[in-house]
Structures are given as structure tokens and as C-alpha cells.
Write a protein that binds this ligand. Structure first.
Ligand code: ATP
Length: 428
């Protein structure tokens, strides 16, 4: 870009401006739907993304909704976007709604909070009572009666147009009030048809909801949730199904292993072979209960191959040290390698079977991706979980194990923040 950076005091062309990052183009996420959009006159096709520079315009839905990006200076120096400036202003008022916030916004503006873009229209006022509404299937529906719109104009209001105008900004505002901790006592409602209602949930309502995601979202952040029928028509609460795994109900005081008479560690040299889904909690368990007792930790993710794991076991046993093998080991073939090593060294081999279900393991995995201290772990995709499930054969004593323990998933947390995150629904 050859234009001068508008914010940099050195007034260098932006392409050679190392003084600030104030003018970096903003990334526009890939277009998902069929409605055409364009970036500065360039058409964006489905799946295409782009970048928007200072002064550039993004048009949504047939050129109907232009949004122009304008970077500006904050009072205390150069800022990279209006978004950052917004955050700082929000931080200053933590702990209470300031009188300024109660005033109507004089100008429409965009703010960015991480990957969340928030648009606040001129005239919007802060309020202690806030309701958020889903749009598709709640405020608007298709004119054609089909599930998905057949054309950009294939939509009509379910309720009145005035209400539509009211709702557009609210869901974002509502999330932010919670996130920025400014309005913990607000009366917050969310209304959506992503409510997890089963088939035939009411007379003449045969279809089940396509998802439960908005109900779960409301549960996670403590909003009162209503379906459109409950909110607008005053219908009584409909039945709904929550996901199989409810993280709020996991018992931290449950029994950790079976049989209870077993010992987790032994005074004699031994090999312990793990069996369990990825993210079922194997390494957390070993590092908490076994490694502190002097066991050598063997794991394919760190050593690179099962051959390296076998060699590491042999070395440890030669030194007279016990070993834990922390791999998923779903089938007898993968376990035999370590049973053989133990046999050759003349020591017993035990199996620790981690009983966490697929749903539990997937939840742990999503938690691991979000938890700041765990997010360095390589991402595990669904294929890996399903491959484990496909190959799984329950471990048996006949494979050469002297004992098999069932290790249960019992939640335990290093701090309140981790527990709050872990106990949120992560599906949907
Ligand atoms: N008892 C527990 N309570 C709460 N969280 C746990 C517990 N055990 C494990 N976790 C969390 O679940 C996630 C997965 O755990 P961990 O990495 O120990 O699983 P793993 O079976 O060793 O995974 P992998 O096979 O993919 O390496 C981590 O984020 C971890 O912090």
C-alpha cells in the first residue's frame, strides 16, 4: 500500500512504516451463505475471505449493507483500530454502569472484542433489562416455507417489524455486559428456537429443534432462556433434552478407581499400560498419582513412535525403575509390545483402563483447547476419537496383565476459573 498511514506521526507510506501497526488491514471471515457480498467492489464468493484496509467498504447482502472501516487516534496515542479504543473505554467503567453509558450513543460504531465484532447503532441506550433474540426461525422465517431460504428475499417476519429493529444489536450487547463484568445484576433474557426440544414437543409441532446450542449458551452464562412460543405466545414450558454429558453434574467426590481394594502404585518394579480415549485424562492422572512415586513416564506424543516408547521402557526397567505407558493402546496388538517388555524383564505388567466415555473425552478435549494452561497440546480431531472407538477391545487378563484397574474420570481443578470453564456445556 503506498498511501500515507493516517495515524503515524512520521507520515511514512504505510508499506514502509515500522513505527506503528495502526493501519493493518482487518481480516474478513469467509463468506458462508449464498447471499453475495463484496469487499471494495471485489465480489466475495462462498468460502472466500479477504482483508479490509482503512477506508475500505464491506457490502453485505446484494450491496444492501455497506460497512466502512475507519481507523482513528485514541486520546493517549496511536491505536490499531476503533475496536481497541472501545475496549479501553469499557475497562475504565468496570464495576458499574457509568452515566455516560446510560446516555444514548451519539454515533453508530463498530467495536472488536477478540473475534467478536459489535455494532452499536446511534441512539441505543444502556439498560438494566435486556432481551436477546435469535433471528432465523425466531424473528424471521422463510416465505417459501422451506427450512433454508431459496433466495436472498425468501424471508418474512414471524413477529412485527418494529420488534425486529429492536433486536438486532441486543444479543451482542448482552454478551458483552456479562463478559466485561459490568452488569451482573441485569435482567438478561435470551429467546431462540435452538432449544433442544424433542420431536412432537407440542400438538402440531412435529419437528425437533435442529440444535440446543442457544439454550446451552444461556445456561453457561446464566441467562433466562425462552423459546419464541414461550416468549411471544405465552405457551407453557416445552420439554427439552440436554446433551448426554452434563458437565455441571460431574461428581468431584466420586470413586477414582475400581476395584477399591487395589493400589495405584507398587513398591516393586512394574509396567503400567494405559488404555483410554484421547483426552480421557490419562496424563493428568499419571502425573498426579503415579509419576510423583518415581515412575518413568513414557508417551508416544513426546517420544515420537511406539518403537521409541518400547526402548524407553526397556531402559527404565534395566535401571530398576517402574514405567507408565501413557498411550491410548486401544487393542491387544498395541498393548502386547509393553506386556512383552515387562515379561522379558521379569516384572509384572498392569493395565489402567480409563473409563471416560467418548462424550466425556470430547468435552475434555474442547476444554483443553480453551484452557490457557493446556492449549499447547496438539489438537485432536474427531477422526482420532472414532478410530480409537473402532479399534477398541476391552483389555483382558489373558493378554498377560497381572491386574486391570478401571480408572474413572473424577473432576478436580487447580483453580475456580478452570472449574467454571470446565463445567460449561461445550457441545452444540
Ligand atoms: N480429573 C480431571 N479433572 C478436570 N479436568 C481434567 C481431569 N483430567 C484431565 N482433565 C483435563 O482434560 C483434558 C485432557 O486431559 P489429559 O491431557 O490428561 O488427557 P489424555 O488422556 O492424557 O489426552 P491425550 O491422550 O490426548 O494426550 C486436559 O485439559 C486436562 O486438564
Amino acid at each position: 500500500m503506498s498511501a500515507h498511514c493516517p495515524l503515524c506521526p512520521l507520515l511514512l507510506p504505510h508499506s514502509s512504516c515500522a513505527n506503528c501497526n495502526c493501519y493493518s488491514p482487518m481480516s474478513i471471515s469467509p463468506q458462508l451463505g449464498p447471499n453475495p457480498s463484496s469487499l471494495d467492489g471485489e465480489k466475495l464468493g462462498r468460502g472466500q475471505s479477504g482483508k479490509l484496509s482503512h477506508g475500505g467498504t464491506l457490502y453485505l447482502v446484494n450491496q444492501s449493507h455497506p460497512f466502512t472501516l475507519n481507523y482513528s487516534l485514541s486520546s493517549n496515542g496511536i491505536t490499531s483500530s476503533t475496536a481497541q479504543r472501545g475496549l479501553k473505554a469499557a475497562d475504565k467503567t468496570k464495576g458499574g454502569t457509568s452515566s455516560k453509558e446510560k446516555e444514548a450513543h451519539l454515533k453508530s460504531s463498530w467495536q472488536q472484542f477478540g473475534s467478536l465484532m459489535v455494532y452499536t447503532a446511534a441512539g441505543v441506550k444502556g439498560s438494566d433489562k435486556i432481551a436477546g433474540f435469535d433471528i432465523d426461525g425466531c424473528i424471521i422465517t422463510t416465505k417459501s416455507g422451506k427450512v433454508f431460504p431459496t433466495a436472498p428475499d425468501d424471508w418474512k417476519y414471524v413477529c412485527t417489524p418494529q420488534l425486529f429493529l429492536f433486536i438486532f444489536l441486543i444479543p451482542f450487547y448482552l454478551i458483552l455486559l456479562r463478559v466485561t463484568n459490568k452488569c451482573l445484576s441485569c435482567d438478561l433474557h435470551l429467546c431462540s428456537d435452538a432449544a433442544g426440544r424433542p420431536e412432537n414437543w407440542a400438538l402440531g409441532k412435529k419437528k425437533k429443534d435442529f440444535s440446543c446450542s442457544d439454550r446451552l449458551f444461556a445456561l453457561n452464562i446464566g441467562l433466562q432462556f425462552y423459546t419464541p412460543e414461550e416468549y411471544f405466545l405465552g405457551w407453557k414450558r416445552a420439554p427439552y433434552n440436554l446433551p448426554e454429558l452434563n458437565p455441571t453434574k460431574l461428581d468431584s467426590a466420586a470413586r477414582l478407581y475400581d476395584p477399591p481394594s487395589a493400589s495405584l502404585t507398587s513398591g516393586d518394579t512394574e509396567v503400567i499400560v494405559a488404555v483410554g480415549f484421547p483426552a480421557s485424562g490419562k496424563s493428568t492422572f499419571f502425573h498426579t498419582h503415579v509419576i510423583p512415586k518415581g515412575y518413568v513416564y513414557v508417551n508416544r506424543d513426546t517420544l515420537g513412535s511406539w518403537q521409541n516408547c518400547v526402548s524407553a521402557c526397556e531402559r527404565a526397567l534395566k535401571e530398576g525403575r517402574s514405567v507408565t505407558v501413557d498411550n491410548t493402546n486401544p487393542d491387544p496388538e498395541s498393548r502386547k509390545r509393553y506386556v512383552d517388555v515387562a515379561k522379558a524383564a521379569g516384572v509384572p505388567c498392569r493395565c489402567f483402563h480409563f473409563s471416560a466415555t467418548l462424550e466425556q473425552a470430547k468435552h475434555n478435549n474442547r476444554f483443553r483447547e480453551m484452557a490457557p494452561s493446556d492449549s499447547k497440546h496438539a489438537k485432536v480431531n474427531d477422526m482420532v476419537f472414532h478410530s480409537y472407538k473402532k479399534h477398541f477391545q476391552a483389555p483382558a487378563l489373558s493378554e498377560g496383565f497381572s491386574e486391570i484397574l478401571q480408572i474413572h474420570f473424577v473432576p478436580s481443578f487447580k483453580d475456580k476459573q478452570s472449574e467454571t470453564l470446565f463445567r460449561q456445556f461445550s457441545e452444540g
